[in-house]
Design a protein around this ligand. Structure first.
Ligand code: MLT
Length: 410
């Protein structure tokens, strides 16, 4: 009999969003008449905008003709897309990157989960707490952590982020090797300023650490002081890998397209101390395990950068941000303290009356039929907090706020 990877057994039974889905399904079975509003998982609700749909249709038709058909493409992505990424997302912000530093993929979840494979097993991993579960769980699966004890995995450096420290993690007091940062943050909806991010880049340079920077929510940034890319910080190209996605800015959660930047100047070292570029390793991994994002999908993503695409995705992001404002103001008028939602589509609220995150989840579901995400599902420092997403439609968002204000008994 094959021996299993027992590291998987260290993980809690199910992935957070699978557990929420399970509870909601049960609730709906028990209360079939209830109109449940889902503000839990951060999935978009607006359809793909016309510029993208049109590009997808054209690409589909190309696949029907031998003259324009596309089989395997470059694993790293077609140049028609990577050149637009370089120009619009980076050069326009004064950041110079080369084409072979971009890797187009089928999503940031895959990339942030897979990136740990190119690092040795003994690296010390630092995560902010609360955190997007994929960073931690994939390191657990790989065997880079010990057991789960009192809600925390051994051999992991947790960096608490809470109202007391304004959701700004303190630098670790010991050396860590891999640092996962996410800004705008999922789940807290808060951001790191340029000054805060510079501290991390400086730490990484001083300690030969690598920052794994998840910027999937970059399109939601409204304030000038918040960097859109970590490469806006001097020296970051020596120490940071950046993840970007079309899911949340352009509605690709079901279409799947993202990209990861691995500058050739980011180095790791071999056991013998010799330095080695991470770009080479990621390229090896990507070309070995991935056959490229579909041509059709990449054409859809390229349409994001057309003038019409830009205008249409901006309208969608603005729509979700108006939802965020409705939620923030609604919670404030209900006397519930909340954070985030200014540069991000997530609102992170403090559970009222000191309720635990899961108690509040049950209360919200049972009293007013609203689904959110318990903060504790993102880590021990998330206990006593709760996440609502602004990705719902306007009617549901307004109705949810109305129910919270009028029917939630606190
Ligand atoms: C979330 O709800 O945190 C997101 O949907 C996660 C993701 O983008 O995978």
């Amino acid at each position: 009999m094959a021996i299993i990877n027992e590291n998987y057994l260290k993980l809690p039974g199910s992935y957070l969003f699978a557990e929420i889905a399970r509870r909601v399904t049960k609730f709906k079975q028990d209360h079939p008449a209830a109109s449940v509003i889902r503000l839990g998982i951060g999935d978009v609700t607006k359809p793909l905008p016309p510029a993208i749909i049109s590009a997808l249709h054209t690409a589909v038709d190309e696949m029907a003709d031998a003259a324009t058909f596309h089989g395997y493409g470059p694993e790293q992505g077609y140049e028609f897309l990577t050149s637009k990424i370089l120009e619009n997302d980076y050069a326009a912000r004064g950041i110079t990157l080369e084409n072979d530093e971009i890797f187009v993929s089928d999503g940031s979840k895959s990339d942030v989960g897979n990136i740990q494979e190119i690092f040795g097993i003994n690296n010390i991993v630092a995560i902010t707490d609360p955190v997007y579960p994929v960073y931690l769980d994939t390191n657990v699966m790989a065997g880079r952590t010990g057991e789960l004890k009192d809600g925390m995995f051994e051999n992991v450096t947790y960096l608490p982020c809470n109202a007391e420290n304004k959701f700004t993690p303190a630098l670790p007091d010991h050396k860590v090797d891999l640092i996962y940062l996410c800004s705008p943050n999922n789940p807290t909806g808060t951001t790191l300023s340029k000054a805060e991010l510079k501290k991390w880049v400086d730490y990484a340079r001083d300690n030969s650490a690598v920052i794994l920077y998840d910027a999937a929510y970059e399109a939601y940034i409204r304030e000038d002081d918040v960097p859109h890319s970590i490469y806006e910080i001097e020296g970051a190209k020596e120490v940071a890998i950046e993840f970007r996605s079309f899911s949340k800015n352009a509605g690709f959660t079901g279409t799947r397209c993202a990209f990861t930047i691995v500058p050739k100047t980011v180095l790791g070292k071999k056991a013998n101390g010799e330095q080695f570029p991470l770009n080479t390793l990621w390229n090896r991994r990507h070309t070995t395990k991935f056959n490229g994002t579909p041509y059709i999908v990449q054409q859809g993503a390229a349409a994001v950068y057309t003038p019409a695409g830009q205008q249409q995705i901006k309208a969608i992001v603005d729509y979700y941000m108006a939802n965020a404002q409705i939620i923030r103001e609604g919670l404030a008028s209900a006397g519930i303290e909340a954070f985030g939602g200014v540069n991000a589509p997530y609102i992170w609220l403090k559970t009222p009356k000191g309720l635990s995150s899961w108690s509040f989840f049950d209360k919200l579901l049972n009293d007013v039929h609203i689904v959110g995400t318990p903060g504790t599902g993102f880590g021990p420092s998330g206990e006593g907090y709760f996440r609502l997403t602004a990705f719902g439609n306007r009617e549901n968002t307004e109705e949810a706020v109305h129910r919270i204000k009028t029917r939630l008994s606190l």
